[in-house]
Design a protein around this ligand. Sequence first.
Ligand code: PNS
Length: 166
Amino acid sequence: MKRPDSIVALYPGSFDPITLGHEDIARRTLRVADRLILGVARTSTHTKRGLFSVEDRVSLIDEVFSDEPRVEVHAFQGLLVDFARAQGAHFVVRGLRAISDFEYELQMAQMNQELWPELETLFLVPEARYSFISSSLVREVATLGGDVSSFVSAAVLDRLREKLRG
Ligand code: PNS
């Protein structure tokens, strides 16, 4: 198969909200891809209570990567493989923080492989200091009045404070 001129990666997730761990994975992906699309899923495999609307999550991601022209963000509905195909993605990237992530990630990657055998999933590992961070813990700690300033970027922190004050 001919190598494409431009490698497009798709990083899907709930991103409610985007954390420094997600940002780390996204910036690492740009070392192996020419363009990166972050896909904010309207339907997650995990049933989670959301904090931010999908539109707010998209605009936060836009703000966080305003310095990086190779990154774009879109919301998507339905199957990840269909979105990946429509975007012309060459691979999906997911972060692996710990062994506990592995089972769920392997299952999703293999299901996606069944649904569209052409699509590869690449796992990247975040810097160790981000390994314990998750959006759900950030939501919980912030909601209970804890300091999350070392887990999210300034734009996200502002919007979290605004949201929780309201
Ligand atoms: O950040 P998350 O919530 O762990 O991300 C999970 C996500 C959004 C990647 C997954 O739920 C997904 O791909 N949803 C889209 C619907 C779909 O394709 N489901 C089958 C996945 S095997």
